[in-house]
Design a protein around this ligand. Structure first.
Ligand code: SF4
Ligand code: SF4
Ligand code: SF4
Length: 220
């Protein structure tokens, strides 16, 4: 879902990212991180790729309001879910726009975001590479809008995981269609069809599938 109409803020931001990518300063604007809950059976494989590990390895992190939802106000998803890191975190706290939190509090924030079906994205900038771990909705997030409104899926990197569906275990309930903002799960001719090439590996469909028909596997 996206909103029609010119959006100068998004277009300027997209141009900045295109320039940084062209100059080799960042590989993409952001990268999908799977929800922790989708990986429970796999956590020993690549723990550094989990959202919790992204922040655990930071010198400093702080919680702030979601700037995109404050700007666009298109949904009632939770506001206080943006986790900024290192120098950006310190600046947010100094400016009174964020507060330092413990790792346990960060886990609770990620859990709440997951319950609301928000996609975890790590954001890049040239100064400190990963500067934020966000929990994003498709109506307000700048990067998900780049993808949908401006047809720029290349600006978001896939997670290192991808979903795999066991067709025999699927009962065609359609819950995964509602969870997937990347349109990898679709209803066609009254059947739920999974397009693995469209899956970004967010893991959100895994945790609501009533028959555990979906699991995350390492992307080849
Ligand atoms: S990137 Fe996501 S969590 Fe961060 S401010 Fe935008 S929508 Fe909110
Ligand atoms: S949520 Fe699970 S059971 Fe339901 S349609 Fe999707 S894969 Fe099938
Ligand atoms: S199918 Fe969609 S919801 Fe499921 S992991 Fe892939 S991108 Fe996420």
């Amino acid at each position: 879902m996206y909103f029609e109409g010119k959006d100068e803020f998004l277009e300027e931001r997209m141009a900045k990212y295109d320039q940084w990518i062209e100059e080799g300063k960042v590989p993409t604007s952001s990268k999908v991180v799977p929800v922790v809950e989708a990986l429970s059976g796999l956590q020993w494989i690549l723990p550094t790729q989990q959202a919790v590990e992204v922040i655990r390895n930071m010198r400093s992190f702080a919680l702030a309001n979601c700037g995109c939802r404050e700007r666009y106000q298109r949904c009632d998803n939770p506001l206080e879910v943006c986790i900024f890191t290192n120098d950006i975190a310190d600046q947010y706290v100094k400016d009174g726009k964020g507060r330092y939190i413990t790792l346990e509090e960060a886990k609770d924030v990620l859990k709440k975001a997951h319950e609301h079906g928000l996609v975890h994205l790590t954001f890049y900038n040239p100064d400190q590479f990963v500067y934020a771990l966000c929990s994003c909705c498709e109506c307000c997030c700048h990067d998900l809008q780049f993808m949908k409104k401006y047809q720029r899926p290349d600006l978001i990197a896939h997670a290192d995981y991808v979903a795999e569906v066991d067709a025999d275990a699927c009962v065609q309930c359609g819950a995964c269609i509602d969870r997937c903002v990347f349109d990898a799960q679709k209803k066609e001719d009254e059947k739920v069809v999974f397009y693995q090439n469209k899956c970004y590996g967010c893991g959100l469909c895994v945790t609501t599938c009533p028959t555990n028909a979906i699991k995350m596997i390492l992307r080849k």
